[in-house]
Design a protein around this ligand. Sequence first.
Ligand code: B4P
Length: 192
Amino acid sequence: MLNLLIFGAPGSGKGTQSKFLARHYGIEHISTGDLLREEVAKDSEMGHEIEALISRGNLVPDELILRILFDHINGIKDYKGLILDGFPRTIVQAEELVKEFDKKGWKIPLLVVLEVPEEELMERLLERSKVSGRTDDNRETISNRFHIYRNQSEPIISYFKEYGYPLVSINGEGSIEEITQKLIQGIDKNSK
Ligand code: B4P
């Protein structure tokens, strides 16, 4: 079974590319950003707490996202491989993911890193802000999201290297179609 983690800075194309990859490989796409936004839309107390964190560009606590994500994964009836988009974002999340997949007897997912320079990411996200209605798509919040990515998320790449877990890096610049093709080539080569 193919398990993938689509990883990269905010705006690197995780959500955009995950949709195409999920269709191409016939696997389930789970976006932790979407799961959190669904929780916000419920207008619950927990939703309000999540919204306060997301709108400032901060991560939600590990404990909370782990509970939401693993509840969702445990509810999958017909497991046929999956693509996690936006998870893990901290070393703790990566460690818990490995433990959970081991426990289930599932293959450790391939970490697919999308590499894009920050200037381009900022342009993409400011462009998206014109239509997205997302409270975290403004210059100040985006800068904070980049800072958090560098400090809390990027070390996951070294963690994967250190433990010999599977990893592939792809240049995420160019047209959406070109990047999808590069991703498919990289994934096919590294997931045998
Ligand atoms: P996410 O929803 O994951 O948001 P994101 O990092 O901005 O990536 P997204 O997938 O939306 O954007 P994409 O790059 O596809 O997270 C939102 C927030 O939720 C986080 O900041 C955090 O607070 C919280 N959160 C989520 N997961 C969490 C976790 N595990 N732990 C704790 N907190 C968590 O696309 C961006 C734009 O670029 C789009 O407009 C797209 O059209 C455009 N684009 C994409 N590819 C392009 C290309 N090749 N050329 C030009 N434009 C392109």
